[in-house]
Design a protein around this ligand. Structure first.
Ligand code: PBG
Length: 331
């Protein structure tokens, strides 16, 4: 961008355009509307596990009935999409992750429940083996190694079943290499050519996922860490290469995750590729903001501001646990 021409004071008084709410609205460079939001929700099949998640105050694990109500709430608030995260029975999690492609696993039941209740609401899913994996990893683990190509085959099976259940947008969050091309080819081959892929393309190995792992019951289980597949938080160039690769393999949309500490990546991705770009304001970011708001240390405006800043950085939309609350505030 060329350097802006700015007249010397007092010809230029930048406060002239900040004087009233209407004038400020006229010159607002970005906006935030419910159309920019994707609402991640948790669904559980475990009796008694429904209700508030301790490390994410205000966010609940839902029953299938709760999922139906959330879908209606999203539609009422003009939120275009909901993203489903399953909390499965611990005893059903295996090393082979077989339940990931069970048409009646809790994630797939939730997809069908939303589609029955509000057919127009876009349903996004998560493609990764962790909800059904005995050791909490996103991929198959053999002798301590997270296998790549075998995992991609499993992810394809998982994805095809989700597409069959009515998912509109698949969100591969696993960070295996080659998964986008494999998913795209399988979707075309099996008659799901309209199912979109929102790739978690620039997903960093982050400590900000902690509360999410509590929510899906993976916290105590994760053996080791995810650093052999998720990106080092120090690496911007690698993140850009991951996005380039996923777009070349057929991703329709890309995501940066986490969000707030990674706005430089959001901006670089949008400027470099121009593709639909999303950020995930993850569980740890939610916990920090919500915790401070509940203590009276921050005002509720911080929620809206945090999301507007993603728009300024170039994001088309944001996955946020604040989605319904902010949509209500914007209404
Ligand atoms: C796992 C997955 C994670 C999140 C979304 N999908 C956690 C992880 O990679 O360990 C994190 C979301 C959040 O923290 O809100 N496939």
């Amino acid at each position: 961008m060329a350097s802006p021409i700015i007249a010397p004071f007092p010809a230029s008084r930048l406060r002239r355009l900040r004087r009233t709410a209407n004038i400020r609205a006229m010159v607002s460079e970005r906006n935030l509307t419910p159309a920019n939001l994707i609402w991640p929700i948790f669904v559980t099949e475990v009796p008694g596990a429904e209700g508030e998640i301790a490390s994410m105050p205000g966010v609940e694990r839902l029953t299938l009935d709760g999922v139906r109500r959330a879908a209606e709430r999203a539609a009422r608030l003009n939120i275009p999409a909901i993203c489903i995260f399953p909390h499965s029975d611990q005893d059903s999690r295996t090393e082979g992750c077989e339940r990931a492609w069970d048409p009646d696993n809790i994630g797939n039941l939730a997809i069908r429940a939303v589609k029955e209740e509000v057919p127009d609401l876009a349903v996004m899913t998560d493609i990764a083996l962790d909800p059904y994996n005995a050791n909490g990893h996103d991929g198959l683990v053999v002798d301590g190694e997270i296998l790549n190509d075998e995992t991609v085959e499993a992810l394809v099976r998982m994805a095809l079943v989700q597409a069959e259940c009515g998912a509109d947008i698949l969100g591969p969050s696993d960070m295996m290499d080659g998964r986008i091309a494999a998913l795209r080819a399988a979707l075309e081959r099996e008659g799901h050519k309209h199912v979109a892929i929102l790739s978690y393309a620039a997903k960093f190995a982050s400590a900000f996922y902690g509360p999410f792992r509590d929510a899906v019951g993976a916290s105590g289980r994760l053996v080791g860490d995810k650093k052999t597949y998720q990106i080092n938080p120090a690496n911007r160039g690698e993140a850009i290469r991951c996005v380039a690769r996923d777009l070349a393999e057929g991703a329709d949309m890309v995501m940066v995750k986490p969000g707030m500490p990674y706005l430089d990546i959001c901006q670089a991705v949008k400027e470099e590729f121009g593709a639909p770009t999303f950020a995930y304001q993850v569980s740890g970011e939610y916990a920090m903001l919500e915790g401070a708001i509940r203590n009276g240390w921050l005002s509720r405006e911080a929620m809206v501001e945090s999301l507007l800043c993603f728009r300024r950085a170039g994001c088309d939309g944001i996955l946020s646990y604040f989605a319904p609350t902010v949509a209500e505030m914007l209404a």
